[in-house]
Write a protein that binds this ligand. Structure first.
Ligand code: G1P
Length: 292
């Protein structure tokens, strides 16, 4: 059973400066809640019970957000603000815990995931990159589908989507055994390479920021030397894993927003604002006045 998720949140978010200078980029609001809440809730909906934040001393606001704020709750209680109080208390279900470990040096995504090894132990786990928000409409959500597929087949699941040829050098790129899978399906992976040169990319299928991995990847990460950008890459450890264990590319169905850059962040804000259960209608009416 996949019950743990690792969220690497130690990065400084330089692409979001100056907004991210004194608050973590993961705490920037997407409409009325921090971006990290969307990612954590996506994990919880996929059955995750333990969220492992791989964090930095400057980013404790993230773990504080998921903790109880006794004074605030007391004040809301005294003032009879019951629905707000209930909302504060129910950000996460009671059976979900949030644990923070530190990444002492910025040595790459693979290194960040390896920092969670003592908490992950001998269990399979999900990795969610918090810059990426995934919105999945109607159908089973992508991460939940990946967890289900892992639990039935035992094959690691790496979420992918096609990108334009000129952007393959910004992502992990995979090579498959056969044809590209239909959205919501998985196919056997034969190779994976981090940020290949445009003329060396094995396909246009990019790694999106959602992974379901067996515990043995931790041993591989410990033995992975620095790769692209002189960083320890999760991609390189997955390349070792697929030499002797099944690894599949899962074709995403939903839509992604890259909140790690300003334009992607704004796109997410507009998207979630227009769909907000309370404010959506007013927001859509407001947006119409902008384009007329
Ligand atoms: C990381 C991964 C890369 C993946 C990307 C998705 O890269 O290393 O394989 O495609 O996230 O967002 P980064 O964006 O941290 O450079």
């Amino acid at each position: 059973m996949v019950r743990k998720a690792v969220l690497p949140v130690a990065g400084f978010g330089s692409r979001m400066l100056p907004a991210s200078k004194s608050i973590p980029k993961e705490m920037l609001p997407v409409v009325d809640r921090p971006a990290i809440e969307y990612v954590v809730k996506e994990a919880v909906r996929a059955g995750i019970k333990e969220i492992v934040l791989v964090s930095h001393s400057s980013k404790t606001a993230i773990e504080d957000y998921f903790d109880t704020h006794f004074e605030l709750e007391h004040q809301l209680e005294m003032k009879g603000k019951d629905s707000l109080l209930a909302e504060m208390r129910n950000i996460l279900p009671g059976d979900v815990s949030v644990i923070a470990v530190r990444q002492h040096q910025a040595l790459g995504l693979g290194h960040a995931v390896a920092c969670a090894a003592p908490v992950v132990g001998n269990e399979p786990f999900a990795v969610l990159l918090p810059d990426v928000l995934v919105d999945c409409d109607g159908t089973e959500e992508d991460l939940a589908a990946m967890v289900r597929r892992y639990e039935t087949t035992g094959a690691a699941q790496i979420m992918v989507e096609a990108v334009p040829a000129e952007r393959v050098n910004q992502y992990g790129i995979v090579a498959l055994e056969g044809a590209d899978p239909a959205p919501g399906a998985s196919a056997s992976m034969v190779a994976i390479v981090e940020k290949p040169a445009i003329n060396e990319a094995p396909s246009r299928l990019s790694v999106v920021g959602r992974y379901v991995l067996p515990a043995e990847i931790m041993g591989m990460l410990a033995a992975t030397p620095p790769g692209a950008g002189n960083e320890i890459q999760l991609t390189d450890a997955i390349a070792s894993l697929l030499q002797h264990a099944p690894v599949e590319a899962y074709a995403m169905q939903g839509r992604t927003f890259d909140c790690g850059n300003k334009l992607g962040y704004l796109e997410a804000v507009f998207h979630y604002a227009a769909r907000h259960p309370d404010m959506g209608e007013s927001v859509r009416a407001m947006m119409k006045t902008w384009i007329s």
